[in-house]
Write a protein that binds this ligand. Structure first.
Ligand code: FES
Length: 571
């Protein structure tokens, strides 16, 4: 057997190797330490991450595959983040999960890793960790839940929560009916079934080359997920034998493929901040403007909520990601490799669209130009995002008076006040929600439309925020405004009544206030008071070191890689 990294723990007759082997024996035979690869299964299963709670069963199939291929599988529970449960926001903990996973992969006697994720932040944090350790690695996405129904209609997990709750506020749905829909929202095991962040990140990870092609999007209860998990276990052993590491897969070309996929599927804006962070770990130069440039002209081919109609079960039935990528094959980098050792484009020949209602052909797209638009201007010198596919077309060019909220609490306290000076042309501004300001950059940018406008039939307004938006949400929302207000961005200087000008075609977001007046302004005390200043623990470390959204909101000292170097012995 070839010398393995784990052999540095086990392959000796001395006392230290004895200690390492003896404590691991517990049923493992002596030949488990003869130089065969030890494969960690980095497992985010947790009852408090309900979208991932089935991953222990997935891990069992991986174990069988690893054994079958001659490796030793080892369960490694890692930090898990339940998007709907974790306060103040799961994004605050993404970098912590990535850092903890990175360090545990490096610290332990393992040669390769299978990464089990699903819910929004879990696949990004696992990929960030894998890129920084650069051990042979492959992802298994836990898969979306099946389509639930309520009152005879399909329920889009996440998206329909926003829609139904707005209907309650608008008086078109009773509170009782809303409550009844609750037990129908989650049909089965698996993550959200819309094209939200979890679905997006699974598909984008496959486009990056880090998942067996064709697996992402397989519904969580589908037995083919377990079959592919067994196969992935076998593949992990092969990755070690071949020395195929993330650094040979995560290239500029693979990020190009991910951005093309992101546009064609109409994926979540959250993918931008996650891909920037993963690229930072992998040492790939990727900028916010790359998303606009590469995504420009990519057609929207997938008719899924929140931008469209269908759900992930339909997407999988209709042909899945490979069918989409086959339509845009000419836009992909033909050299970008996958975990199989073959380029992504080599996996597309057998793909077919089985339902053109769900996945459109290139010549009849849902929209001709689906990319995420990157805006600049005096309100966002570092950039901001808007997702035109989820916006109201007439609002993509708009001038309106700002109505400013300093915190999410301020928003909740005043948004439904009948005396709030707001109309359908107003621009809602929410600040103090960036990486430092909240802290953790929560998904609050899709502010609710004021109740008095909802009852008049208004369903969308221009909204501007330094936070993020749920991938399941929709609306004309300018988000990830950089620099954020708490980092001295001009968003802190906006006053209620100022005019804001949005021009998505020109890629501009501007505050229509003379430059000399803007230079004289300072944030008022209520704005400054809205910025939290934690004094200890992870939150302090985070606020002291988090970077802005335009570079992925990673911690500054976590950018790059430390490799898989084995540390010194303590015994
Ligand atoms: Fe877990 Fe949506 S809450 S994927």
């Amino acid at each position: 057997m070839a010398e393995q990294r784990s052999s540095q723990w086990y392959a000796s007759a001395d006392r230290n190797a004895y200690i390492h082997r003896a404590w691991m024996r517990r049923g493992l035979p002596a030949h488990a330490f003869d130089g065969r690869p030890h494969i960690a299964i980095a497992n985010t299963a947790s009852d408090l991450t309900p979208c991932n709670s089935h991953l222990n069963e997935v891990a069992e199939s991986v174990r069988q595959g690893v054994y079958e291929a001659g490796g030793i599988p080892l369960n490694l529970p890692v930090v898990s983040l339940g998007e709907t449960q974790v306060r103040p926001t799961a994004m605050l903990w993404r970098n912590m999960a990535a850092m903890a996973t990175e360090e545990m992969l490096r610290a332990n006697p393992i040669d390769g890793v299978v990464l089990l994720g699903g819910c929004d932040k879990t696949i990004p944090s696992l990929l960030m960790a894998a890129a920084s350790v650069d051990l042979p690695a492959v992802v298994i996405p836990g898969g979306p839940m099946l389509t639930g129904t309520f009152a005879g209609k399909a329920l889009g997990c996440g998206t329909d929560v926003w829609r139904l709750s707005e209907e309650v506020r608008g008086g078109t749905l009773s509170q009782e009916e809303f409550g009844r829909s609750e037990s129908s929202m989650i049909r089965s095991r698996g993550h959200c079934n819309t094209m939200g962040t979890a679905s997006t990140m699974a598909l984008v990870a496959e486009a990056l080359g880090m998942i067996i092609p064709g697996l992402a999007g397989t519904p969580a209860p589908d037995s083919r997920l377990l079959e592919a998990s067994h196969e992935t276990g076998r593949l992990a052993v092969e990755l070690v034998a071949q020395g195929r590491r993330p650094s040979s897969i995560l290239t500029r070309g693979s990020f190009q493929n991910a951005i093309v996929a992101l546009a064609a599927i109409g994926g979540s804006t959250n993918a931008v901040v996650h891909l920037l962070a993963i690229a930072g770990r992998a040492g790939i130069e990727l900028t916010l403007d790359d998303f606009d440039r590469i995504g420009a002209g990519v057609p929207l081919l997938v008719n899924l909520q929140p931008a469209g109609k269908y759900l992930m079960e339909d997407f999988h039935r209709a042909g899945g990601l490979l069918a989409v990528l086959r339509e845009v094959k000419d836009l992909l980098d033909p050299t970008a490799l996958t975990v199989t050792g073959k380029p992504l484009v080599d996996h597309l020949d057998d793909a077919r669209i089985w339902d053109p209602e769900v996945i459109s052909i290139r010549s009849a797209p849902l929209q001709p130009d689906a990319g995420i638009a990157v805006l600049h201007g005096n309100l966002a010198p570092g950039g901001a995002l808007v997702k035109p596919a989820a916006a109201t077309p007439r609002l993509l060019k708009h001038r309106g008076k700002a109505v400013v909220f300093d915190t999410i609490e301020d928003l909740h306290a005043r948004i439904d006040d009948p005396d709030l000076d707001v109309d359908a042309d107003s621009v809602l501004v929410l600040r103090g929600c960036g990486p430092k300001g909240y802290p953790g950059m929560p998904e609050v940018a899709n502010m609710p439309v004021p109740k008095k406008l909802l009852t008049r039939g208004v369903r969308d307004m221009v909204r501007v925020c330094d936070g993020r938006m749920s991938g399941t949400a929709y609306g004309t929302v300018v988000l990830h405004v950089t620099p954020e207000a708490a980092a001295g961005g001009p968003l802190a200087l906006v006053r209620t009544g100022d005019y804001i000008v949005l021009d998505v075609e020109a890629r501009r977001i501007d505050l229509d206030v003379p430059a000399d007046e803007l230079a004289r302004r300072v944030p008022d005390t209520a704005t400054v008071a809205g910025f939290a200043a934690p004094s200890r623990g992870w939150e302090k470390l985070y606020v002291d070191h988090v970077m802005q959204a335009d570079t992925g909101a990673d911690l500054d000292f976590l950018v790059g890689s430390s490799g898989d170097q084995v540390s010194r012995e303590s015994h």
